[in-house]
Design a binder for this molecule. Structure first.
Ligand SMILES: [Zn+2]
Length: 267
């Protein structure tokens, strides 16, 4: 165990009212003193600064010792899942960048950054297959090149870009055309940004919001195109977030922002 981890307070048994459960995973740190929600106000008051990292800061909960990560630029305080602490320490102690060959493949596949509303600014996502040095594969994977790291609960499993033998194209990856369409889809009502897509057999789906990979009902991303079929008044399957990839965890592979990485973006 690293010195860093050894010095962290051992989590106390029992449920912490601040850190356990799904109640608060993010806090607006800049507005913590004006927070009207008394629960959020209390949660913020229990977090104390612990240490600065290469980017961002770690706070700890006074009640249970669990970690929270402060994004310095956005002043977003994000709860760090307990099993990500070791990963965060490893990230802080190194640089994680692709080599020249990997960059060439990532560029060929192409990456996307923020949507028209600025969501995900500073994160370039490239769907691919990763072959690790031990011969194991993560397929589908999404390499995330991050200016400001996100340690959120939505990225699971999360790994660092190290000990990688090769980056390959993945059959689960959506084409550039579909990814671009989904990224730029208009919000037709609150939280609903539909893109109609269809499989090579004509099954129609609605992607709600940005998507990088697809694995649903036995259909893979490479079989999906933007829909050309006539709209029919019938219920269509709406897929958003991780639902685009049922039964398959998407391995999120964390990479540091590097000089020239914006050349991977294709729109
Ligand atoms: Zn706590």
């Amino acid at each position: 165990m690293s010195d860093f981890l050894a010095k962290t307070k051992a989590p106390r048994p029992g449920k912490c009212p601040v850190c356990d459960g799904a109640k608060y995973t993010y806090l607006n740190w800049a507005k913590r003193t004006e927070e009207e929600d008394s629960g959020r106000h209390y949660a913020a008051s229990q977090l104390e600064f612990w240490r600065k990292l290469k980017i961002g800061q770690i706070y700890r909960c006074r009640l249970c010792g669990k970690w929270w990560y402060l994004h310095e630029q956005t002043q977003l305080m994000e709860r760090v899942p307990a099993d990500y602490q070791e990963l965060l320490v490893a990230w802080d102690g190194g640089r994680f960048e692709p080599d020249v060959q990997m960059i060439a493949m990532l560029k060929k596949i192409g990456g996307l950054e923020a949507d028209p509303y600025g969501n995900q600014k500073g994160i370039i996502r490239v769907p691919c297959c990763i072959v690790w040095a031990n011969g194991q594969q993560s397929d589908p994977a999404v390499v995330g090149i991050m200016k400001h790291p996100m340690w959120g609960l939505e990225h699971r499993p999360l790994r660092l870009l190290e000990s990688v033998l090769e980056v390959r194209e993945s059959n689960f990856a959506l084409s550039k055309e579909v990814r671009k369409g989904a990224l730029q889809a208009e919000e037709v009502r609150m939280g609903f940004c539909p893109t109609r897509v269809q499989s090579s057999k004509g099954d129609v789906f609605i992607l709600n919001g940005s998507a990088d990979v697809f694995a649903y009902a036995g259909i893979k991303g490479s079989e999906i195109r933007l829909a050309t079929s006539q709209f029919k008044e019938r219920p269509e399957i709406v897929l958003s977030g991780t639902k685009v990839c049922e039964d398959w965890p998407i391995t999120f592979v964390f990479c540091d922002w590097f000089l020239g990485c914006e050349e991977l973006i294709f729109v």
